[in-house]
Design a protein around this ligand. Sequence first.
Ligand SMILES: [Ca+2]
Ligand SMILES: [Ca+2]
Length: 95
Amino acid sequence: MARIAKSHRIFHSSRMEISLMMKLFCHIVVIRSTNRSPAGFGDLNGDDVVDDTDVSMISSRWNVCEGDEDYDKFFDFDEDRCVTVIDIMKIVNSR
Ligand SMILES: [Ca+2]
Ligand SMILES: [Ca+2]
Protein backbone atom coordinates (compact mmCIF):
# COMPACT_ATOMS: atom_id res chain seq x y z
CA MET A 1 0.00 0.00 0.00
CA ALA A 2 2.79 2.43 0.92
CA ARG A 3 4.55 1.56 -2.32
CA ILE A 4 1.43 2.52 -4.31
CA ALA A 5 1.09 5.80 -2.40
CA LYS A 6 4.76 6.63 -3.03
CA SER A 7 4.52 5.90 -6.74
CA HIS A 8 1.36 8.01 -6.92
CA ARG A 9 3.21 10.93 -5.31
CA ILE A 10 6.07 10.57 -7.79
CA PHE A 11 3.62 10.41 -10.69
CA HIS A 12 1.73 13.43 -9.37
CA SER A 13 4.99 15.35 -8.87
CA SER A 14 6.12 14.49 -12.39
CA ARG A 15 2.82 15.72 -13.82
CA MET A 16 3.21 19.03 -11.94
CA GLU A 17 6.77 19.37 -13.23
CA ILE A 18 5.64 18.72 -16.80
CA SER A 19 2.87 21.27 -16.41
CA LEU A 20 5.32 23.91 -15.15
CA MET A 21 7.76 23.14 -17.95
CA MET A 22 4.99 23.48 -20.55
CA LYS A 23 4.13 26.91 -19.13
CA LEU A 24 7.81 27.87 -19.27
CA PHE A 25 8.06 26.66 -22.86
CA CYS A 26 5.01 28.73 -23.85
CA HIS A 27 6.53 31.84 -22.28
CA ILE A 28 9.84 31.27 -24.07
CA VAL A 29 7.95 31.00 -27.36
CA VAL A 30 6.28 34.34 -26.60
CA ILE A 31 9.63 35.94 -25.76
CA ARG A 32 11.13 34.65 -29.00
CA SER A 33 8.20 35.98 -30.99
CA THR A 34 8.58 39.47 -29.47
CA ASN A 35 12.40 39.18 -29.36
CA ARG A 36 12.86 42.19 -27.07
CA SER A 37 11.32 43.29 -23.80
CA PRO A 38 11.61 46.35 -21.64
CA ALA A 39 14.45 46.15 -19.13
CA GLY A 40 13.62 45.55 -15.56
CA PHE A 41 13.91 42.90 -12.90
CA GLY A 42 14.62 40.13 -15.40
CA ASP A 43 17.54 41.83 -17.11
CA LEU A 44 20.21 39.57 -15.67
CA ASN A 45 23.06 40.60 -17.95
CA GLY A 46 22.36 44.34 -17.84
CA ASP A 47 21.89 44.88 -21.57
CA ASP A 48 18.61 46.80 -21.02
CA VAL A 49 16.37 44.06 -22.42
CA VAL A 50 14.85 40.91 -20.99
CA ASP A 51 15.25 38.29 -23.67
CA ASP A 52 16.36 34.75 -24.44
CA THR A 53 19.85 35.49 -23.13
CA ASP A 54 18.51 36.26 -19.67
CA VAL A 55 16.29 33.19 -19.70
CA SER A 56 19.22 31.07 -20.87
CA MET A 57 21.43 32.45 -18.12
CA ILE A 58 19.08 31.25 -15.40
CA SER A 59 17.88 28.12 -17.21
CA SER A 60 21.45 26.84 -17.39
CA ARG A 61 21.41 26.84 -13.59
CA TRP A 62 18.15 24.92 -13.26
CA ASN A 63 18.20 22.52 -10.28
CA VAL A 64 21.51 23.88 -9.00
CA CYS A 65 21.37 24.19 -5.23
CA GLU A 66 23.42 25.71 -2.47
CA GLY A 67 26.56 23.62 -2.06
CA ASP A 68 26.74 22.84 -5.79
CA GLU A 69 29.71 24.31 -7.63
CA ASP A 70 27.54 26.36 -10.01
CA TYR A 71 25.17 27.74 -7.35
CA ASP A 72 24.93 31.52 -7.40
CA LYS A 73 22.59 33.23 -4.95
CA PHE A 74 22.05 35.95 -7.58
CA PHE A 75 19.76 33.57 -9.52
CA ASP A 76 17.88 32.26 -6.47
CA PHE A 77 15.14 34.88 -6.29
CA ASP A 78 12.91 33.15 -3.76
CA GLU A 79 15.95 32.31 -1.62
CA ASP A 80 15.05 28.66 -1.20
CA ARG A 81 18.71 27.74 -1.83
CA CYS A 82 17.98 26.17 -5.22
CA VAL A 83 17.43 27.57 -8.69
CA THR A 84 14.10 26.05 -9.64
CA VAL A 85 11.48 26.56 -12.30
CA ILE A 86 9.91 29.14 -9.95
CA ASP A 87 13.02 31.33 -10.22
CA ILE A 88 13.10 30.82 -13.98
CA MET A 89 9.42 31.77 -14.28
CA LYS A 90 10.11 35.05 -12.47
CA ILE A 91 12.50 36.00 -15.27
CA VAL A 92 10.17 34.75 -17.98
CA ASN A 93 7.28 36.72 -16.50
CA SER A 94 9.30 39.92 -16.00
CA ARG A 95 9.45 40.79 -19.67
CA1 LIG B 1 19.25 41.17 -20.61
CA1 LIG C 1 14.92 29.44 -5.70
